[in-house]
Design a protein around this ligand. Structure first.
Ligand SMILES: Cc1cc2nc3c(=O)[nH]c(=O)nc-3n(C[C@H](O)[C@H](O)[C@H](O)COP(=O)(O)O)c2cc1C
Length: 194
């Protein structure tokens, strides 16, 4: 099956450090790998409404929710490109993941079975020099992938505050060159044996 990468951009500004770093990594993807880029600021999702225990979620047919659901189902690889906001995911990105909870219970799409075995990746820019402050974001993505039965490719981290700063983070640019070349394992919760 040809790889199809979906890049979900979750910054509150366009062409910021996260997107720049994601584009550096994406440049290395082979030409036959499809790339789709969706900016959540341009395609805002409504606040997630938790209907799980009241009634069935209904498959969205138009608007940003349908666009993102269809793009997510079609992707072999989902790249969450979120800046580090308060040590975790941006609100745009978190809302996208919250919608997964609805899609898990939407009849007729087999959301979990479809995503199982596919790969979740992260790209994030942060202002802090010490990258371990991004551990909450990394944990969120790893555990989400484990819950979904997905592979987890890890998070490509880059440093920067103002847009463009990340292009001076030479270590991050070097990591970007090979980031998507890995073959990631199935994600595991920390309490599971690897
Ligand atoms: C709402 C908000 C919260 C932030 N929280 C953090 C943080 O917790 N840790 C950090 O290192 N940088 C934090 N930053 C800085 C951004 O991560 C940094 O500017 C990054 O380069 C932004 O990525 P972008 O250019 O892709 O938007 C925050 C910025 C904003 C606007």
């Amino acid at each position: 099956m040809n790889r199809r990468f979906l890049f979900v951009l979750g910054s509150s500004r366009s062409e910021g450090n996260t997107e720049l770093l994601a584009r550096e990594a994406a440049e290395q993807l082979p030409a036959d790998v499809e790339q789709r880029w969706i900016d959540l600021a341009e395609h805002p999702l409504p606040d997630f409404e938790d209907l799980r225990h009241d009634s069935d979620h209904v498959r969205p047919t138009d608007g940003s929710t349908a666009l993102l659901l269809d793009a997510t189902l079609a992707a072999t690889d989902i790249v969450i490109a979120s800046p580090l906001y308060w040590y975790s995911l941006s609100a745009h990105t978190k809302r996208y993941l919250d919608h997964w909870s609805g899609w898990l219970r939407t009849p007729g799409i087999n959301f979990k079975a479809t995503l199982a075995g596919r790969t979740l990746w992260g790209v994030t820019a942060l202002a802090h020099e010490e990258s371990e402050v991004a551990d909450p974001l990394i944990g969120t993505l790893n555990h989400s992938a484990a819950y979904m039965g997905m592979r987890f490719g890890g998070v490509l981290l880059g440093n920067g505050s103002r847009p463009g700063d990340v292009l001076h983070d030479l270590d991050a640019l070097a990591r970007a060159k090979t980031f998507f070349a890995q073959e990631p394992p199935l994600a595991r919760f920390p309490y599971e044996a690897s």
